[in-house]
Every structure is written in structure tokens, then in C-alpha cells.
Design a protein around this ligand. Structure first.
Ligand SMILES: NC(=O)c1ccc[n+]([C@@H]2O[C@H](COP(=O)([O-])OP(=O)(O)OC[C@H]3O[C@@H](n4cnc5c(N)ncnc54)[C@H](OP(=O)(O)O)[C@@H]3O)[C@@H](O)[C@H]2O)c1
Length: 276
């Protein structure tokens, strides 16, 4: 069953549900929130976590895409909560987390996935593109993590698995800087540093903080770039068999289904043919 809420959380519940979280699967009885779930890696991750029995709250700005995803999860026997939210607005990130807990009862897993990649030279770059990346890749991730952490700590203490997960989606660009991706590199390196600091802070309380660093994945991500940048990227990846969103989702599902004693801190996944 699907529940829908508007961007500020004051929105309408169009199809309220009284169901429970999944009863089978390794995440049975748990609740996950996935940001950027309307396409690509986030969408595939929501499907993968629902298949493991988690009730999934799916957040993004494109409500029509979230509604379609929720219907797909429902049809497969899962449970989804649609959250129309722009996580660059602190209040909306907070409401997304609070609605998850209010509607689904708890929060065991946060997948901080929403991101944007706007490439090109630093010299003469449109500063607005930098602002979009910093707002979403850093501030959106921080707002959501901040709002979720008290609930993750509670889940780790009282939840069915007595462990909780915060998964931050970085990139190969968070490990290796390249000419032409300076500010995207900045944001993803920042995600890595923040994740490691937070990991040390909360790991003794059994909140596992994991960093996922994909290489080239076939999603909508590159499509937000200016045409001249898209052309350069198309040439770079022209002959490469890229990863699928499902490849990354499978890795995220692996992370969050490990036993309580085991924390996979970091996963770097490149297409086999990607050298750098
Ligand atoms: N594709 C790759 O090659 C690759 C490689 C390494 C890392 N990554 C990372 O993987 C993550 C997911 O990217 P993707 O490849 O799956 O790209 P994608 O298909 O473009 O997905 C991006 C998601 O972020 C959401 N989003 C954008 N702005 C938002 C906002 N203000 N508030 C809430 N949600 C917002 C989008 O939904 P709405 O537009 O509906 O809001 C969409 O669901 C990103 O962090 C990206 O940096 C991707």
C-alpha cells in the first residue's frame, strides 16, 4: 500500500495505509528512507530494499515518478511511502524523515543518494551549477543525515536487528580528482570525509556508516549537463559497458543486510572497463 505526502509534509495522504512492514526477507520489520528515489540508483535501491522486506520511504521532487515506483513496489508485495521533497530545503529534509517515522513507525536505514553532477572547466563555470551541487550533494545529505540520526540511534538500540545503517552515496569522484570535475570532486570528497568522521562517532552505538563510490552508471545523471559537457562525456564513455543502477542497489542491499557484528565501511565499484 502507498501513502503520499506533499512537499512540506502538510500534504495530503491520498492512499493511506494500515499495513505493516514486510514480514519476510532479511530486512523484515525494518524501515528504510531512500533520497533521490525517482530515478537511477535510488529507484533501484528502493526496489532492492523492499524485496528484502523493508518498508521504504521514497523521497524526491518528481512525484509522478515516485507514485509509479510505489505502485511497482506495491505490486511486488512491498510497502512504499511517497515523499515529495526537495532535500536542499532543510525543513523538507526534516519533514521527510519525520513523516517516515510517523507513517512507517521507525527508521532503520537511510540511503543518502540524491545528487547532481555538473561537470566542465572551473574557469568561467556557471556558478549556479556549483551552488546546485553544494546544495544537494553536501547540504541535502547533511540535513537528511542530521534529521535521521536520532532515529537511527534509537533503531540500533531497540530495533529488530539492533543495528542501523546510514549509507552515503559518493563516487569514484570522491576518491580521484579529474580535470573538468572540480566542484563535483569537492562535494564527493566532502561526503567521504564526513562519512568517516560520523562513522567513528556512532559505530560503537551500532549505527553503521557506509560509503558507496560508484564509477560510471547508466542513469539520468549526466543528462543534466550543458550540451558541450555532455558531448565530452559521451566521448569518454562511448565504448564502455557501464554499470546498471541495479548493480549498485545490489551492493547497497549487501551492506545493510550484514550481521550486526560486521560493518562494510566503503565500497568502490567501477565498470570493469573503467581505468580511472
Ligand atoms: N550515475 C553515475 O555514473 C554515478 C556515479 C557515481 C556516483 N553517482 C551518485 O549516485 C547518486 C544517484 O545518482 P544517479 O546516477 O542515480 O542519477 P539520477 O538518475 O539523476 O538520480 C538523481 C536523483 O536525485 C534526485 N534529486 C535531485 N535533486 C533533488 C532534490 N533537490 N531533492 C531531492 N531529490 C533530488 C532526483 O529526483 P528528482 O529530480 O525527482 O528530485 C533523482 O531521483 C548521486 O549522488 C550521484 O552523484 C552516480
Amino acid at each position: 500500500m502507498t501513502t503520499t505526502t506533499g512537499p512540506t509534509g502538510a500534504g495530503t495522504a491520498t492512499t493511506a495505509t494500515t499495513g505493516t512492514t514486510g514480514t519476510t526477507g532479511r530486512l523484515a520489520g525494518t524501515v528504510a528512507l531512500v533520497t533521490g528515489a525517482s530515478s537511477g540508483i535510488g529507484e533501484a535501491t528502493a526496489v532492492a530494499l523492499a524485496a528484502e522486506g523493508a518498508a521504504v520511504a521514497i523521497a524526491a521532487r518528481r512525484k509522478d515518478r515516485l507514485d509509479a515506483l510505489a505502485a511497482r513496489i506495491d505490486a511486488a508485495g512491498g510497502r512504499a511511502l511517497v515523499l515529495e521533497a526537495d532535500v536542499t530545503v532543510a525543513e523538507q529534509a526534516v519533514v521527510a524523515v519525520e513523516r517516515t517515522v510517523a507513517e512507517l513507525g521507525r527508521l532503520d536505514t537511510l540511503v543518502n543518494n540524491a545528487g547532481v553532477m555538473l561537470l566542465g572547466p572551473i574557469v568561467d563555470a556557471p556558478v549556479e551549477e556549483w551552488e546546485r551541487m553544494v546544495s544537494l550533494n553536501l547540504l541535502g545529505l547533511l540535513y537528511t543525515a542530521h534529521a535521521a540520526l536520532p532515529h537511527l540511534l534509537a533503531a540500533a538500540e531497540q530495533g529488530p536487528r539492533r543495528v542501523a545503517d546510514l549509507v552515503n552515496i559518493s563516487s569514484v569522484a570522491g576518491r580521484v580528482a579529474r580535470n573538468g570535475s572540480g566542484v563535483y570532486n569537492l562535494t564527493k570528497h566532502g561526503v567521504g570525509a564526513f562519512s568517516e568522521s560520523l562513522r567513528q562517532e556512532v559505530t560503537r552505538k551500532h549505527v553503521r556508516v557506509s560509503l558507496v563510490e560508484p564509477g560510471a552508471v547508466d542513469t539520468e545523471l549526466a543528462g543534466h549537463n550543458r550540451p558541450e559537457v555532455r558531448e565530452v562525456m559521451a566521448q569518454r564513455f562511448a565504448d564502455m559497458e557501464r554499470l546498471t543502477a541495479e548493480d549498485i542497489a545490489e551492493s547497497i542491499a549487501f551492506l545493510v543486510t550484514r550481521p550486526r557484528r560486521m560493518a562494510v565501511n566503503e565500497i568502490l565499484i567501477r565498470p570493469t572497463e573503467q581505468e580511472q
